[in-house]
Ligand binder design. Structure first.
Ligand code: BES
Ligand code: ZN
Length: 624
């Protein structure tokens, strides 16, 4: 019933916009880009009627109650005649809503949907430019993770961080939570004295005495890039525009690990145009952060699991930095277009790494992508989920998290690589430069990208489009024009694996990076016996590696055979680390046997309090 009314209103709105556009051109503040707004199945907002241009936040962070309380003041631009606005909320307690004149506005919270949350409908009196919503977050605020001191590196102070992507911003701010809508924001945030607050905005570099911090994000961003971290962190400079925040005990290691950040920034600019966000900093979060990295503008949020000690995992920084163009500057209009964010970013990431470390290095990354992609496609096809292998997704009714697979990342990457190889790098780079500059601070649908591609890559250069263009984007599986990867370094690893299988251990590993080790371990025979694992441990001690990528793939083998000598280390790893990418494959392997399932449940009982919602919600499903 609700859906029917919703659809009806949307159609009516679209119809009336069309009408209004013709008759009242001058009154329209919302631009003709508005078609791109509609059709976001993951937001209650109706941008055809009204959009948010700016948000002022006045927030207080309370570690005792684990709540954020305050006011969000939205500056809105609405169509003439529109007398209400729809916002997204999840588990928020709304206290009151006022307009710029201080008049109370009527509002209604709709029914709570387990994925989308509840629509907040606010009646407008007619003339308001601003609406102020006083609220507190709920106990379950899904974006937020509140950590006790023991869950941090230094164990002295509590910590809070947010993770808004994909649709969790609504659990800490009432807003139009759709990537097709962008706004600027300012914030005043009060935190306990002695702590620093950081946002996806202009940031402080020192802890102040008042505990009150002011932020400004003058470039319009989509809601999923709203971010906040609060902790006892310190800042250290890397280059003129780059630096790292970390807990004091981690700061030195962090600065060393990320010393290439300034170079990466310059390489990225040389490739695809000026960096538009001022500074590029990174904060090292506690290990429960559920992702490797999150591209919050001006300050990437990162997992400490990339502190390998040898800079071998910094391609993740290149990835998050690349999002400053693909994603943050040119944004997927809906989560069905997620590949526009991630596929472009993986492509860009590998180009940065190629410029920094050479083609051989970047080809290792591509090769890991290819293997991940082939495995994922195979898995989806076998389990009857062909649709999940399409670049353009249809996630209506599903959680946008379901779209976070190797398809968006790696099929997206190989599609762009295919285009590059077809037209040549020079023309492709020229095209990408134009793509980023023409769409800067805008959101884009897959369809609009294809139109732009045809015009500016093919027609302009008088090149016939690739024949399987639509197949790449709209079909399941992988087109036969999937590019080949040629990794010389991995060929040596493959040779080493063959040698090892023959019980010959005399291969040279002295120059191996994390990537070579990951490739080696991943490609060991699937039926590796416990005895073989023991031999490998004697020689390489994988079980006690300090490198999370190595542990992540090694423990998959161990969990398959419940390899006893690794179980304690595995359990510690699963409890300490909250990064979903490492957790899922190990738990998935464990639950395949009865005994393994028991072990998985025991570990999970201890680990769950340490996981962020995005990790625990995936694992709850697996271990229910
Ligand atoms: N933006 C993503 C993380 C994300 C995606 C969060 C979808 C929520 C929903 C980020 O840029 C990312 O892709 N992180 C990867 C690292 C990367 C090197 C592939 C990760 O966390 O593993
Ligand atoms: Zn990404």
């Amino acid at each position: 019933m609700w859906r029917l009314t919703w659809k009806f209103w949307i159609s009516l709105a679209i119809f009336s916009i069309g009408y209004a556009c013709q008759t009242k051109k001058n009154e329209m503040k919302i631009s003709k880009d508005m078609e791109i707004y509609s059709n976001d199945p993951h937001s209650y907002s109706r941008p055809e009627e009204a959009v948010t241009e700016h948000i002022d936040l006045d927030l207080k962070v309370d570690f005792k109650s684990k709540l954020i309380a305050g006011t969000a003041t939205l500056t809105i631009s609405k169509k003439p005649g529109v007398n209400r606005i729809f916002l997204d909320t999840k588990d928020l307690r709304i206290l009151d809503v006022k307009n710029d004149l201080g008049e109370s506005l009527k509002y209604k919270l709709g029914e709570e949907d387990s994925i989308l949350g509840a629509a907040l409908t606010i009646d407008l009196n007619g003339h308001e430019r601003k609406i102020s919503i006083r609220y507190t977050t709920g106990e379950q605020a899904e974006a937020l993770q509140w950590l006790n001191p023991e869950q941090t590196a230094d164990k002295t102070d509590p910590f809070l961080f947010s993770q808004s992507q994909a649709i969790l911003a609504r659990s800490w701010i009432p807003l139009q939570d759709s990537p097709g809508i962008r706004c600027t924001y300012n914030a005043k945030v009060e935190v306990p004295k002695g702590m620093m607050a950081l946002m996806s905005a202009e940031n402080p570099q020192e802890i102040n005495d008042s505990g009150i911090y002011h932020f400004s994000m003058p470039q319009p961003i989509p809601s999923y890039l709203m971010a906040l971290a609060v902790g006892k962190v310190e800042f250290a400079r890397i280059g003129d525009r780059t630096g790292v925040y970390a807990e004091p005990g981690m700061l030195k290691r962090s600065v060393e690990e990320f010393s290439e950040m300034e170079d990466m920034l310059m390489i990225a600019e040389q490739l695809y145009g000026p960096y538009q966000w001022g500074r590029y900093d990174l904060i090292v979060l506690p290990p429960s952060f559920p992702f490797g990295g999150m591209e919050n503008p001006r300050i990437t949020f990162a997992t400490p699991t990339i502190l390998a000690g040898d800079k071998s995992l910094t391609s993740l920084v290149a990835h998050e930095l690349a999002h400053s163009w693909s994603g943050n500057l040119v944004t997927n209009a809906t989560w069905n277009d997620f590949w526009l964010n991630e596929g472009f970013t993986v492509y860009f990431e590998y180009r940065i790494m190629e410029a920094l470390k050479g083609r051989d290095y970047a080809e290792m990354l591509s090769s890991l992508s290819l293997q991940g992609l082939l495995d994922e496609v195979d898995l989806f096809m076998k389990s009857g989920k062909e649709n999940a292998t399409k670049l353009k997704l249809d996630l209506a009714g599903a959680n946008p998290d379901d779209g976070v697979t190797a398809i968006a990342y790696d099929k997206g990457y190989f599609f762009l690589r295919r285009l590059e190889e077809y037209v040549g790098r020079e023309k492709f780079d020229e095209f990408l430069n134009l793509y980023f500059s023409k769409h800067a601070f805008k959101s884009n649908h897959t369809e609009a990208f294809l139109v732009f591609l045809k015009e500016h890559l093919f027609e302009k250069n008088e090149i016939k489009p690739i024949e399987d263009l639509n197949e790449w984007v709209y079909d399941s599986g992988l087109p036969s024009s999937l590019p080949a990867v040629d990794s010389k370094r991995f060929k040596r690893v493959d040779a080493a694996i063959s040698q090892w299988i023959q019980n010959d251990y005399a291969f040279d590993v002295s120059n191996w990076s994390s990537h070579e080790w990951v490739h080696f371990i991943k490609n060991l025979p699937k039926d590796l016996s416990a005895e073989s694992m023991q031999k490998l441990d004697e020689k390489f001690d994988f079980t006690n590696s300090g490198n999370a990528e190595i542990l992540g793939v090694w423990f998959v083998h161990c969990s398959r055979k419940l390899y006893e000598p690794s179980l304690e280390a595995m359990s510690n790893f699963l409890i300490r680390t909250g990064r979903r990418k490492f957790l899922m494959p190990v738990y998935e392997e464990l639950v395949k046997s009865g005994e393994g399932r028991k072990i998985a449940k025991e570990i999970y009982a201890k680990a769950r309090p340490n996981y962020h919602f995005v990790a625990s919600s995936s694992l709850d499903r697996l271990l229910k």
